[in-house]
Design a protein around this ligand. Sequence first.
Ligand code: SF4
Ligand code: SF4
Ligand code: FES
Length: 696
Amino acid sequence: MTDKRLKEHPILPIPSLQKISFTWNGSTMWALPDEMISSALLANGVKIFGKHKKDGSPQGIFCANGQCSQCMVLLNDFPVKACMTKISAGDEVAELRGDPIFPKKSNAPYSKEIKRIELPALILGGGPAGLSAGIELGKMGIKSLLIDDKPSLGGKLLLQTHRFFGSISAVHAGTRGIEIAKKLESEIKKHPSIEIWTNSTALGIFRDRVVGILKEGKEYVILKPQVTLVATGARERSIVFRGNTLPGVIGAGAFQTLVNRDLVKISDRLFIIGGGNVGLIAGYHALQAGIEVVGLAEAMPECGGYKVHKDKLIRAGVPIYTNHTIISANGRTEVESVTISEVNELFRPVEGSERSFKCDTILVAVGLDPVNEFAIKAKKFGMHVLSAGDAEEIAEASAAMFAGKIRGVEMAKMLGADAPDVPENWVKTAEILKSRPGRTENKKNQNCEDGIVPVFHCYQEIPCNPCSSVCPQHLIKIEEADIRHLPVFLGGKSGKKCVGCEKCVTICPGLAVTLVDYRNDPQNPTVTIAHEFSNRATREGDSVTAISSEGEPLGDVTVTNVRTIEKNDHTILLKLQAPKNIAARIAGIRVQELWVSEAMEEKITRITDDTIVCRCERITAGTIRELIRKGYRDVNEVKAVTRAGMGACQGKTCQPLIKRLFSEEGVPFTDVTENTRRPLFIEVPIGIFAGVSEEK
Ligand code: SF4
Ligand code: SF4
Ligand code: FES
């Protein structure tokens, strides 16, 4: 029997839980109590969840967030989204082949009254922004309701095993995302004025200024808030390429949900498309889960994410192909390989430069779009509404936390509470936290070869300062007024000496600080590095390949000490003995062998032109381009003619792609009529609106 569950992880504990049984297409399989159907299936090695009604093409999970509808299955004869529905013992789950046939209902139709609740403040979304806003409202005792569609609070923080950037005082920098989620949850729960509904989804915002909520998946409730905060986060962007809907092509958020939240090793060999922070971090998380990361392709000349994230991946042994794009996902029923090629200055593939790599999963991390339909409707209907976090502007979770805090105070003021004005320095901090990476400085040579010295492999301006905050000797300087400045070691100038406490090494989110100790053997100093790969066990006496911050192999060195410090939250400290000419250049060690990322000898050319824009209705890019060339300028007309956007996800996945096709065809978007967005924003059984609690 296939078992794809993680057996160990350097950061995440692996709980041992009693298993439950269910059936898949009649065969018995094992699941963990309360996990989603999708995770149970993937843990059993099932990647194909259904066959499309139009052409029988295999369907698999893409977003794992309830947004795309690609993971529909039959649960006890009833169609459900596998990623949003929990499995129970004895459930019969089956592939959805084409349109579902609904089971006959024996009970006569009936209806119940729908509950209506008036309230001062409503927060949609329990991620970093929503929780932070709720905490501020709670401090002022303002009655508020926070709803979130997941069973646990924290949003994307729950998927982040890495330490956060930013500042310690403002946003818990230096702490892992999963730990920040716990802190925020415990903080908000201290405030009795804040009510929380988990597993509850906002379905729509209506003209009479009410918000329709599906409470705990079974009860429709209408809310009339005085002030609403939309902190609904973001959804993943997709891109069009041949084979883009094959099972095994997956969004980055889905990958992190399945691996880091549900502890399922959904891939053995992964290729990443997109070099922003999301793609870079997902690659690192994959390595931590013991997944081979074959490579990462980024269309721009440089990755858009933080350089420290990129450097971590390169040091581990993952090649990054800049100026490259994906040509196709290859395989008959699921991903077997990927083909990439160079792009020219117009981002068009350069013929003859294609290369194929064996992989079973292609992770698409080409950006995020705000989930802003609630805010748009609320504004249109004249409601008092604010947005925060990714729903307002895509940025790091640290920025979302701080924006939420500000919105909490603004909401209180809108409600007439005696709240202080938002301090000017809060506004400035919020701006700094959401800033994009700045200038990269040339690497400076380390010229002090005496005593013990920290080395900063941190050359790009990003909002981050934990190394400076933790130094007990105050030897690391980062301008407090603007934490985007690079860290500077004050050394002898300050009249104090580094005591080798290792705090700067362990707290750095970029694993970009090392410590070189020349005291015992100046010719072969000891280098201390932070390491987060317990599954690739490194032991004292091992010979390892030392790597520079840019990924250059510096030679083999000996591990002289391996130390896990519990209070440092699973970071391992390795001590390496290295010749002095390379000691200060060592930034990490290789964890993945070079052969993993070798290209295949043959180039795979996918013949079928299944470049799908609308996954739900399987409408190709070619069909839509043809209409654009014929003069269509209204997205609603494109929808009426082709059904693109009329599928189960209501265009959430395909509408941004259709927009892009217009611009690729040279049509300015000012000439195009946008699609009309109507509630409901998420699919629900229709009986919900009659007060019928369950449709099973
Ligand atoms: S090792 Fe300790 S004393 Fe030395 S620079 Fe780092 S934090 Fe400061
Ligand atoms: S060296 Fe300091 S500023 Fe740079 S990433 Fe590490 S903690 Fe942040
Ligand atoms: S992708 Fe769902 S409607 Fe187009």
